[in-house]
Design a protein around this ligand. Structure first.
Ligand code: ADP
Length: 782
């Protein structure tokens, strides 16, 4: 057997596990309570969610040092975390690779380990015959083990037969067995696949012997049973087995406590039955069984769910308006639409109407509006980010038979809300994707469907839970990727980006006071000059919303607090002169668009999910064979649009002043849109690309303070485009003075803030000739 392990040196935060173990490929959950472990978890989450897990040799040691933990551990990825009511954190992790710990230090309150990571690609490994034989031997052992051990389902065997990688097979089997920690270590520590299987074979042999003894005792105890006392003796029987195996008893108090809880909570009948059934099952388990944890998690969720608790709704439009206004500057139309929505809700008194969907770039206040809605209705608020959710189980949970089963996030969040009728924000609903792990979008559809959601069934919980009283609110950056069936159920309210002036007001009225408060500063202890705040907006951030700005403000306030403490001063004043001391170096310059005309470079305006952006389009011509080449990760529609422009240029070459009559045969044209401008598709760069091509072919320079957007037809007509407001806001962020828009977009100008229009000149164009007249230098200069 050739073991091609690669070794990498790594440094990762470490959690010392107590009484449990984890192998690569294994998914488990456990609760983290110790402060060092919680800190290690936080540190890992800040980086790439990777953490090193190693078991303690003695679980009683509170503050383990390197000698107290096994030197071979497992690198795991954190999949999910959940704060529990008792203050600890439940984490779901998946083991990735083995790692040998070489040193351990304490850093910032957590354990940081240097280790050697062992990785390999199974495809590169040749499995030797003796290893193949060892696999058979071990699989036979497992078959026998399962016969004696009812805790492991027969189906497990089928799963094992499919595993070709011998190292992984040994790991998976070991993870199913209830072994002593030291036995697990033996398997974890062994890097050679053959030896690992051999050791597993020995351990399994011993375990099977024990199980045989266990069964013998079982039979003996059974004989002594009197029918009436059967229940009592069943427990005794378990105790006998446990003491034979040297194990302690499952805490009777725990069972008692659950029983009391079941009786005191007002569960619906079917839920109560499920709870009792689970408790009974749990009572029959061995205390060392990993299933105990599943059972406990199950009961905890079942008992903690708000089966009957609701808050009383209040919909007073006056109060709602007050709260929306108190928390948000501007957004007039959005607030009106929200109030209309609430008014209808008040009349119909039902949650079965359309679901509110707030659509706009990041940081424009969508989440914050949803929070205000909850507050004004006096409902609890919970939110779930759907960005990147691919696995249906994240929404609907895993079945209990799955090793690390947990309920889905809908149920966990309902527990967190503690009421049946919270406002439930489904954030980034446009970012849900699906793959082999199921179709989260269809699970969501069920959650949002008033015909079905009163009986929402989580795979883990198995009993229906009523979601019909929940007020769902969703957010998205764009409606284009929301599955149509979901979009049908929604009432879309668009929230657009802010002008610099609006950002200024938002910062002054909301972001700064909020941050002073959270950092424990009084209003008179901190001041920022108007010019400094303007710089923060213009030169430190360039976004549609105010998220980055809020982060910058938090940074400035944090630094101020620190300086005040360190230097013993009691006030901070931020000015343009000292701004960089608090905020760091400015990231953007005012003058990125130099106002000197160039050939073949045009500024386009684009709409993206994160707001408007400017797009630099560059065109070069060179001797060639008439090819038009496009680079910079452009979508198909954009390419077609460039070709349409090119056709127009070919058929109007003379009129456009192109002197090289054979340019379409003897020149190649290269259109490039540099990296960074996301996403580069859609027809709206048509006139910009055409203008850049004309400029490159004629040598006429493009005025650089001009930006444009519009689709082009083969005949050179200019067609309307979308996202006018976001595009103009972007132009104003970049200080662009002249903007060319399709004539047919004139109607969209009503919604553009005065302040934006004041500083720029708009030209409405019908035809590419209008564009060229304005954007290119006059012919006599060329
Ligand atoms: P989104 O959900 O759209 O990404 P958030 O609601 O998270 O944005 O907003 C980011 C931050 O900016 C929050 O602190 C929010 O309160 C604040 N904010 C956004 N828009 C406004 C506004 N119009 N007035 C006051 N604060 C705002």
């Amino acid at each position: 057997m050739v073991n091609d392990y690669k070794e990498n040196n790594i440094t990762l935060p470490l959690i010392a596990l107590r009484g449990i173990w984890i192998f690569p490929h294994m998914v488990i959950h456990f609760d983290v309570g110790r402060e060092k472990s919680v800190k290690a978890l936080e540190e890992a989450m800040l980086n790439d969610s990777k953490i090193l897990l190693s078991s303690q040799k003695d679980f009683k040691v509170e503050d383990p040092k390197i000698d107290d933990i096994y030197d071979m551990g497992t690198i795991a990825v954190i999949k999910q975390t959940l704060k529990l009511p008792n203050g600890s954190t439940r984490v779901l992790v998946e083991g990735v690779d083995r790692a040998r710990i070489t040193s351990l230090e304490e850093k910032d309150g957590y354990l940081l380990a240097d280790a050697i990571e062992y990785t390999y690609e199974f495809e590169d490994i040749e499995v030797e015959d003796k290893t193949k034989a060892a696999i058979r031997l071990v699989l036979d052992d497992v078959k026998e083990y399962i016969n004696y051990s009812p805790q492991i389902a027969q189906e497990v065997m089928l799963g094992l037969m499919d595993i070709e990688d011998p190292g992984r097979l040994a790991d998976v089997i070991a993870s199913y067995l209830q072994l002593k920690l030291s036995d697990h270590y033996v398997i974890l520590e062994e890097l050679n696949f053959y030896s690992r299987l051999e050791k597993l074979h020995m351990i399994l042999g011993e375990e099977i012997e024990l199980l045989k003894i266990e069964e013998k005792i079982n039979r003996k105890v059974k004989k002594q049973l009197d029918k009436v006392q059967r229940e009592y003796y069943l427990k005794e029987q378990l105790n006998v087995i446990k003491s034979e195996l040297g194990e302690s008893d499952l805490d009777d108090d725990v069972m008692e406590e659950y029983m009391k809880k079941i009786e005191s909570k007002k569960l619906p009948k079917y839920a109560e039955e499920a709870a009792r059934k689970e408790l009974k099952r749990m009572g029959q388990m061995s205390p060392a069984s990993p299933e105990i944890n599943v059972s406990r998690t199950y009961l905890d969720y079942l008992l903690d769910l708000p089966w009957a608790k609701t808050t009383k709704d209040k919909i007073e439009l006056k109060d709602s308006r007050e709260i929306l206004n108190r928390d948000h500057y501007g957004l007039k139309q959005v607030k009106e639409r929200v109030l209309e929505y609430l008014a209808i809700l008040k009349r119909t008194k039902s949650m079965s109407g359309p679901i509110l969907c707030l659509v706009g770039p990041p940081g424009v206040g969508k989440t914050s509006i949803a929070k205000s809605i909850a507050e004004s209705m006096q409902r609890k608020f919970v939110s779930m980010r759907l960005g990147g959710v691919r696995d249906e189980a994240e929404i609907r949970g895993h079945r209990k038979t799955y090793i690390a089963a947990m309920p889905g996030r809908i149920i966990t969040l309902m527990t967190k809300a503690g009421t049946l009728n919270p406002v439930f924000l489904l954030d980034e609903i446009d970012k849900v994707s699906s793959d082999f792990r199921g179709d989260p979008a269809s699970a969501l559809l069920e959650v949002l469907d008033p015909e079905q959601n009163d009986e929402f069934t989580d795979h883990f919980l198995e009993v229906p839970f009523d979601l019909s009283k929940v007020m769902f609110v969703t957010t998205a950056n764009s409606t284009s990727t929301i599955p149509p069936a979901l979009l049908d159920r929604m009432e879309v309210i668009r929230v657009s980006g802010y002008t610099s002036e609006e950002k200024f007001e938002i910062a002054k009225r909301h972001l700064i006071p909020k941050n002073l408060k959270s950092h424990g500063l009084k209003e008179d202890e901190f001041e920022i000059s108007q010019a400094a705040l303007e710089q923060l907006i213009q030169n430190y951030t360039r976004e549609s919303g105010v998220r980055e700005l809020e982060r910058m403000i938090a940074r400035v306030v944090r630094k101020s607090v620190r300086r005040m403490v360190e230097e013993g001063v009691d006030r901070t004043k931020i000015t343009v002169q000292n701004l960089s001391k608090y905020a760091g170096k400015a990231r953007y310059r005012d003058d990125i668009l130099e106002d000197n005309p160039m050939v073949g470079v045009v500024t386009g305006l684009a709409w993206t999910e994160v707001g408007g952006e400017i797009l630099q389009i560059e065109v070069n011509t060179m001797p060639g064979t008439g090819k038009v080449q496009l680079t910079g990760q452009l979508g198909d529609i954009m390419k077609e649009s460039a070709m349409a422009g090119f056709s127009y240029i070919r058929s109007n070459a003379e009129k456009l002043g192109i002197t090289d009559k054979g340019f379409f045969k003897d020149k190649d044209i290269h259109i490039h849109i540099p990296e960074g401008a996301i996403p580069k598709d859609g027809p709206s760069a048509g006139i910009s690309m055409t203008t850049a091509m004309v400029s490159a072919l004629t040598g006429r320079k493009v005025m650089n303070s001009v930006a444009m957007t519009g689709e082009i037809t083969l005949r050179g007509r200019v067609l309307p485009i979308g996202g006018v407001k976001e595009k103009l806001l972007a132009a104003s962020r970049y200080n662009i003075k002249t903007v060319l828009l399709p004539e047919t977009n004139k109607k969209d100008i009503d919604e553009i803030p005065e302040k934006v229009l004041k500083n720029m000149k708009l030209h409405y164009v019908n035809d590419i000739n209008d564009v060229l007249d304005i954007a290119l230098e006059p012919i006599e200069n060329a």
